[in-house]
Design a protein around this ligand. Structure first.
Ligand code: C2E
Ligand code: MG
Ligand code: MG
Length: 510
């Protein structure tokens, strides 16, 4: 794309030179005809008329040619502009894209060597949900409103562009750190006037800030720094900002260590499968278990899923790990069956990253067949947040899994934004109430939670869906769940996740 306009410029120059030459030649001929030949008497009156006609034709030709050249130059310029628009501007909002931003930022930093600059990446929280719930038109309108807001606030005091689908990048000058914070606050205040939908009234944002220190550094790397700070901001509450700092730099190094270790870890069998039993509330016996992975790294120590799964999800290594856990579970089920023990159905967590893969069902089926395990002994847990933008894909997978005899479980139910829709559209077998329902901060909130739980359980019953309450830690919760007809409980009240050896002791007394 960069090459094309340069070639066009070269063509234009040739056309311009040819046209100037032609105009010059025609003027010269005209001059010779008028002043030279006629005056010298070398031509008679008759041939003079012919010369006059030739002269007029030449002038006419030259004029038409000039117009043609101007027309060609004009349309070439328009084409060039169009190409530039495609290369440098965002189609939805009409503002610069990140390529143009990088180019402009580089120039500004080169020209203004004394001023201090900051690069801010601002990201719309839950943009996928806005698109999903309110439609793409509403999403596009929100993007345009944000672009207008940035234009109004920044004017000519800085530059801004759309960075990715739901993020914008800004470069502003600052003297005191407060200047940057004031800019963010002004932006948030402005956006209070934007109504993105009837469901989510005010959009909220997260901001990652990178203060430019080394001006010779590639602008892309500065934006990356702001993006890393943004990740930390996103972990906090809404409308939060984070400056890129040493801690973030350390986090990147830590993530890198995890990435460097993960492939080896799977080959070295460093991933351990723990089982957490689920208890039937009707008789307080074990009904099934959930497989939860732990990483006993020889280099990094014992790690819990929350520390490494988000990193694995970034490069889809999680897909491999999930299959590893499933294979481990199948191996264990085969051992129990071969020992003549009644196998306990086991739930295996499946990341949303599987949803884009064609062979998802086939791969799972191949693993269970390898150990000759009945699909009815495997529950596939998919977290509710995986539903966004994936409802159709997910519902097709659910049907395929059902045909093969697997059970499908909706994990962390109630943590998303379209739980009722999920319940309506997906033919799931098990519903796991999110742990958050049992973490109320006040008595009032607890009472409201209880009403919600009671009604979810009653809905699930009518839909013939088994209910599991997660994160149950105290007796009062168990008693209440029993009273309202919840089927199963998984929580520290009964048992924590444990090694397979300990699970065998508990479940089979061996
Ligand atoms: P999850 O699937 O919702 O698993 C339940 C989590 O809640 C487990 O955390 C479990 O230890 C914890 N938990 C259970 N009962 C209680 C309780 O009474 N109180 C409290 N405070 N916590 C309780 P864990 O093992 O750290 O796993 C966290 C998450 O990591 C899991 O949430 C799951 O989303 C993910 N995960 C774990 N193993 C795998 C895996 O093999 N594959 C994938 N894709 N994700 C996994
Ligand atoms: Mg789970
Ligand atoms: Mg859960």
């Amino acid at each position: 794309m960069k090459q094309q306009p340069r070639k066009k410029k070269f063509d234009n120059k040739i056309v311009a030179v040819i046209s100037i030459t032609l105009v010059f030649i025609s003027t010269l001929i005209n001059f010779i005809l008028k002043n030279g030949l006629q005056k010298s008497g070398l031509v008679n009156r008759f041939s003079g008329t012919i010369f006059n006609q030739v002269r007029t034709l030449l002038i006419l030709g030259a004029v038409i040619y000039c117009f043609l050249v101007i027309y060609i130059l004009q349309s070439e310029r328009e084409k060039e502009k169009e190409l530039e628009n495609i290369a440098f501007y965002d189609i939805v909002t009409g503002i610069s894209n990140s390529l143009k931003f990088e180019k402009d930022a580089k120039e500004i930093l080169k020209k203004n060597t004394t001023a201090k600059y900051a690069i801010i990446v601002l990201d719309i929280d839950k943009f996928a949900i806005i698109n999903d719930v309110c439609g793409y038109k509403a999403g596009d309108k929100l993007l345009c409103d944000i672009a207008h807001t940035l234009k109004d606030i920044i004017q000519d005091k800085g530059i801004f562009a759309r960075e990715t689908a739901d993020s914008f990048v800004v470069m502003i000058q600052w003297k005191k750190e407060n200047d940057i914070i004031n800019f963010i606050n002004e932006f948030i205040n402005y956006t209070h006037n934007i109504n993105c939908s009837s469901i989510l009234e005010k959009p909220s944002f997260s901001f990652g800030i990178y203060k430019v220190e080394d001006r010779t550094m590639n602008v892309r790397r500065m934006i990356d720094g702001a993006n890393l700070a943004l990740e930390t901001a996103k972990e906090k509450c809404v409308n939060n900002y984070t400056f890129f700092n040493q801690k973030i730099r350390d986090k990147i190094l830590w993530n890198k260590e995890i990435e460097d270790e993960m492939i080896n870890a799977i080959n070295q069998n460093e991933f351990l499968v723990y089982l957490q039993p689920k208890y039937r509330l009707s008789d307080n016996t074990i009904s099934s278990a959930e497989a939860l992975v732990r990483w006993k790294s020889h280099k990094l120590g014992m790690l819990f899923p929350d520390e490494f799964i988000p990193i694995f999800e970034k490069d889809c290594f999680i897909v491999e790990l999930d299959f590893y856990v499933l294979e481990h579970v199948c191996k264990q089920l085969r051992i129990w069956i071969d020992k003549g023990l009644k196998p306990v159905p086991v739930a295996v967590n499946m990341s949303r990253k599987h949803l884009g893969r064609k062979n998802f069902v086939k791969n799972i089926y191949e693993i269970i067949k390898k150990y000759n395990i009945s699909p009815s002994l495997i529950e596939l847990e998919i977290t509710e947040t995986a539903v966004y933008n994936n409802m159709k894909v997910l519902s097709d997978f659910v049907d395929e899994f059902h045909k093969l005899g697997f059970k499908l479980s909706m994990d962390d139910f109630g943590s998303g934004y379209s739980s009722l829709n999920t319940l309506k559209c997906l033919d799931i077998n098990i519903l796991k109430l999110d742990r958050e329902f049992f973490m109320s901060s006040s008595l009032k909130e607890q009472k409201r939670s209880e009403i919600v739980i009671k009604n979810i359980i009653s809905m699930a019953k009518e839909l013939n869906v088994t209910t599991v309450a997660e994160g149950v830690e105290i007796k009062q919760q168990v008693d209440y769940l029993k009273k309202i007809g919840c089927d199963t409980v998984q929580g520290y009240y009964f048992a924590k996740p444990m090694t397979i050896d300990n699970f065998e002791k508990l479940a089979y007394s061996i």
